[in-house]
Design a protein around this ligand. Structure first.
Ligand code: SAM
Ligand code: SF4
Ligand code: SF4
Length: 371
């Protein structure tokens, strides 16, 4: 099936209008794509705005005062997000992650969390409900998020050294505020907390050991992420990627580490533990060791476009259906059909596709689609 590409209200990324199948496609909780991968994880971007300007995500030169962020009317409402999430859950989604932009900048986010926390899987189980944040306003919000029904949280933190952190976020934001946010999340019981560090070789790789030392023994799982070629604005080059194998080698010079088994299929991080019982760390090797084979993640943009891969250049305009005269059954059927047609495995094909760079539609940006 080839979807027709038509212009939609916001033209920054191409979006196909999903087809409603003529024969009913009833969700079984086990929809699979062309590579046999189930749909288990839905990442929901609640805003495309952010108060940081991390160079790998929203470089200041591009995302300046003239940049046109989405207007309020484009955003999915909390009711629309919850309705969509419910339909994804019927297809097998067990995990919801709120992201952005900076999700804590979305007004009244606690209300949305409360609505999502009420969803149940077909077996009657609550969903794994989590959120990724830059931590800038977490100290103030952690308890309210927990009270609303958020279970756990992931905080992004690229350096402990204050000057380095301010350079990384390019908004002159102090590291102490994020550290206070992490402590508040711990106190509120938003655990197990994960801390994500994007490693850029030649920029913050000198912070790897200090970060490990800081979080060792705290129960917080620190994860090192390879700098990825997401979007088209961050000027990515392979020289700035520090392969996870080298991160582990550097850590091993200081701490004995043992490899662990994966928790779940489709997990992005390879897990390691300190041999002395100091806890766990992870490495996410999106560039050097693709994990597309088990990728069970779908992404819903702030304005309701469904993306099947972080590196997609085309979404599926679910908002058009949500705001049209369609029943839940029809929209669920459309979602099922889209997933059944999915064959994305960008990271596995990255090498071959680099040669193609620049051809075709623009790739989606990370702040728009979430991590
Ligand atoms: N603003 C929130 C935050 O930073 O946690 C949530 C959205 S952010 C886009 C989600 C995650 O994507 C963050 O952990 C961020 O570090 C990561 N990220 C953004 N651009 C990246 C890139 N080019 N390579 C690897 N990770 C990236
Ligand atoms: Fe903002 Fe997160 Fe992107 Fe940094 S990574 S610019 S904090 S959205
Ligand atoms: Fe999933 Fe696409 Fe990333 Fe592969 S490249 S793991 S398909 S999001």
């Amino acid at each position: 099936m080839v979807d027709k590409v038509i212009p939609v209200a916001d033209l920054r990324y191409a979006a196909a209008v999903p087809r409603i199948p003529l024969t009913a496609l009833v969700p079984t909780g086990n929809v699979a794509d062309t590579l046999g991968r189930p749909l288990r994880d839905l990442r929901i971007s609640v805003t495309d705005r952010c108060n940081f300007r991390c160079s790998y995500c929203m470089p200041k030169e591009v995302f300046d005062k003239d940049y046109a962020f989405l207007p309020q009317s484009s955003l999915l409402s909390f009711e629309e997000i919850t309705r969509t999430a419910r339909l994804f859950v019927a297809h097998g989604v067990q995990k919801l992650r709120l992201t952005g932009g900076e999700p804590l900048l979305r007004k009244n986010l606690e209300l949305l969390i409360g609505m999502l926390a009420e969803l149940r899987t077909p077996e009657g189980k609550p969903l794994d409900l989590t959120l990724t944040t830059n931590g800038s306003v977490l100290a103030k919000k952690a308890q309210a998020l927990k009270d609303a029904g958020l279970q756990r949280i992931t905080v992004s933190l690229d350096a402990l050294d204050d000057a380095m952190f301010r350079r990384m976020n390019d908004a002159d934001f102090p590291v102490s505020d994020v550290l206070r946010g992490i402590e508040a999340a711990q106190r509120a019981g938003l655990g197990p907390i994960k801390v994500n560090m994007v490693v850029k070789r030649g920029t913050n790789d000198g912070e790897i050991v200090a970060m490990a030392r800081h979080f060792k023994g705290t129960g917080i799982v620190l994860r090192f992420i390879e700098y990825m070629d997401v979007g088209a604005t961050n000027g990515w080059c392979m020289d700035e990627v520090l392969p996870s194998a080298q991160v582990i080698a550097r850590l091993r010079e200081h701490f004995p580490l043992e490899a662990m088994d994966a928790n779940t299929t489709g997990e992005t991080a390879a897990r390691w533990r300190y041999a002395d019982g100091g806890g766990e760390i992870g490495v996410i090797s999106s560039v050097t060791q693709a994990f597309c084979r088990d990728c069970n993640r779908a992404r819903l943009s702030t304005e309701g476009k469904l993306f099947l891969c972080l590196f997609a250049n085309q979404g599926h305009d679910l908002r058009g259906l949500l705001r049209g005269d369609y029943s839940d059954a029809q929209i669920a059927a459309a979602i099922g059909l889209i997933w059944q047609g999915r064959g994305d495995r960008y990271s596995e094909l990255r090498g071959a596709m680099q040669a193609d760079a620049g051809a075709g539609a623009r790739r989606v940006e990370m702040h728009y689609i979430g991590g």
